[in-house]
Design a protein around this ligand. Structure first.
Ligand code: ADP
Length: 563
């Protein structure tokens, strides 16, 4: 029959035979209901709004490399406990996701082929609390930025903002757990969380911070509670399933009816010497990038620049037009910079090399004070030019940034994935001080490796507070194995080059987790050994997302799983 046929294609977890697996799944179906336990019998990459929960929709290797056997949809913390206990009794690996977008980092896929994906997003999607006086919320895993934003509007709490990342379809909880960022002053999502509920790998439930005190009324107000703070163990980790999480919400900094008018965005670029820049662009880039970064550092640390500062390379802007690479260039190898600059001349703001996006918040007198300082500092860069937002058309990407930096979710950012047909993307995301010489060093590493592997790159410097991430997005054709191999080799090369100079990544795709965990190896790998010790203690059967962040349970360690 059809279902028999498709069942034989299910990717079984290693070490479990077909018969035992079927018995185990039948038992799980008994406990959760047949319709909430689905076999993975076909893979459809979907698209952003319909992201797959079966595998990595942006697969950088074979589509079936990182794939689930079954997807389970629990409806409550209790049912999560049921699944966890079930997984222990059969030693079947499970892998929790919230919404499972996580594009560029592996999507919904488990690190171990054939693991059972625990999709919390579908049924555990309640907003448990929004407190308009304390400006906090408590959410389940399936609450997206769009859902939280809409609920806040619907309840008439326009004095509350949600900090949203570049694309708003992801889970508020999932993004914070993976330490994603947004673009208001509350952009560090992990920093802004307060209180968690977690199902441990052996099935017990804990609440962190004030949540451990029965009857408390400050779970979302004070993150630490008493004693060691356990929260960090559950971020970018495989130590538990997070079922509830609290967050602080930023108060709308202006009059709530006119906050969009109140937001002034300063866009600045160094392109007034367009012709010269075009002719000597390499030298120009290298001489101006450090100045820009060194000017940003003190302004950002002093919070004159109030949100995560972004310095975007012009290739990003060209990519955002959403046209394929072939529209601009058909040659092999990396697209020459001259073609990017030629395309950029047609953009509303004209050509340049770097574009700075930022936002000032609050009433006019407060904004103006900061904007004047920013303007004076930025204009010290030769050729710097302030772009007047009123000259930009309503469909310009600038207004997407304007929305995002004022807490309105959006999904335009991924337009550059259309650069190649069947576009997928993967990011190199090293952390460094906010210094010109570090920017230049990372820029060199990215340029050289992309040149070596014939890949175009879309770079942005993102300044958190005292550090910056260079995010280099590499777009590849998912159906082109050579390009995929190149993208993987390029990423591996960049990670190694960066580590040799003291830079490490803040987050990565499943395929690079072992490599990157291996670069954080001070004192003979003491940190990884510590993580493994905790892992073995909390998860003795090694069922919870084995291999996530390079942490393997004892049952898997040193048996050929690392890549
Ligand atoms: P997005 O919000 O971008 O859709 P995901 O749901 O894919 O993000 O979550 C990103 C990653 O965070 C997952 O791959 C998983 O490792 C981890 N994660 C997400 N939700 C949970 C959870 N509730 N408990 C534990 N880990 C989680």
């Amino acid at each position: 029959t059809k279902s028999e046929n498709s069942r034989t294609k299910v990717a079984l977890p290693q070490g479990i035979n077909q018969a035992t697996f079927r018995t185990a799944i039948a038992e799980l179906r008994d406990r959760l209901g047949e319709e909430h336990v689905e076999f993975v019998t076909k893979l459809d990459d979907g698209w952003y709004m319909e992201n797959p929960n079966t595998h990595d929709g942006m697969h950088i290797s074979e589509e079936s490399d990182f794939v689930a056997s079954v997807v389970v949809y629990p409806s409550s913390t209790k049912e999560v406990q049921t699944v966890v206990q079930w997984a222990n009794s059969y030693r079947i690996p499970i892998s929790p996701i919230s919404i499972g977008r996580n594009y560029g980092y592996g999507g919904a896929a488990p690190r171990v082929r054939g693991a059972v994906v625990l999709d919390l997003g579908r049924r555990m999607n309640r907003i448990l609390d929004i407190n308009p006086d304390d400006c906090t919320c408590l959410v389940e895993p399936g609450v997206t930025y769009f859902a939280l934003y809409e609920e806040i509007q619907a309840r008439g709490f326009q004095h509350l903002w949600v900090d949203v990342p570049d694309i708003g379809g992801g889970s508020v909880l999932g993004n914070a757990l993976d330490r994603g960022v947004g673009y208001t002053p509350y952009g560090d999502h992990w920093m802004m969380h307060c209180g968690m509920e977690i199902v441990l790998p052996t099935g017990e439930v804990i609440r962190t911070g004030m949540g451990a005190l029965p009857g408390n009324n400050s779970w979302q107000l004070f993150p630490y509670g008493f004693g060691p703070t356990a929260d960090g163990l559950f971020s970018q980790s495989n130590m538990g399933v997070v079922t509830k999480m609290g967050f602080g919400l930023m108060p709308n900094p202006g009059d709530h009816e006119s906050y969009v008018r109140f937001s002034r965005v300063l866009a600045l670029h160094n392109g007034s010497r367009i012709i010269q820049l075009y002719a000597f662009q390499r030298e120009e880039d290298l001489s101006q990038l450090p100045d820009q970064i060194d000017i940003i550092r003190p302004l950002r640390i002093a919070m004159i620049l109030e949100n995560v500062a972004q310095l975007r390379h012009i290739s990003m802007q060209v990519g955002l037009e959403g046209k394929p690479r072939s529209f601009y260039y058909n040659g092999k190898g990396r697209i020459p910079d001259s073609f990017i600059h030629e395309a950029a001349q047609k953009l509303a703001h004209g050509d340049c090399t770097w574009l700075y996006y930022g936002m000032a918040y609050g009433p006019k007198e407060i904004r103006q004070y900061k904007l004047d300082i920013i303007h004076k500092e930025f204009m010290k860069i030769p050729g710097a030019r302030r772009i007047d937002p009123s000259t930009l058309p309503a469909d310009n990407y600038f207004w997407v940034r304007d929305r995002i930096a004022s807490g309105v979710p959006d999904i335009e950012e991924l337009r550059w994935v259309n650069w190649h047909p069947n576009g997928g993307h993967v990011a190199f995301s090293p952390v460094s001080p906010v210094r010109g010489n570090d920017a230049t060093a990372l820029w060199d590493i990215a340029q050289k490796r992309c040149e070596e592997y014939n890949l175009d790159l879309f770079p942005t410097f993102v300044v958190g507070l005292r550090e910056m991430h260079l995010i280099v997005e590499i777009v590849f054709n998912r159906d082109d194995p050579v390009m995929r191999d190149n993208a993987r080799a390029c990423l591996r090369g960049m990670v190694d080059d960066a580590a040799k100079r003291g830079y490490g990544e803040y987050r990565t795709h499943l395929a690079f987790m072992d490599q990157i965990a291996g670069t954080y190896n001070w004192n003979d790998g003491a940190l990884l050994k510590f993580n493994e010790k905790i892992k073995d203690c909390l998860d003795p059967n090694g069922i919870m997302a084995p291999g996530k962040s390079g942490i393997w349970p004892a049952r898997y360690r040193g048996r050929g799983w690392e890549m």
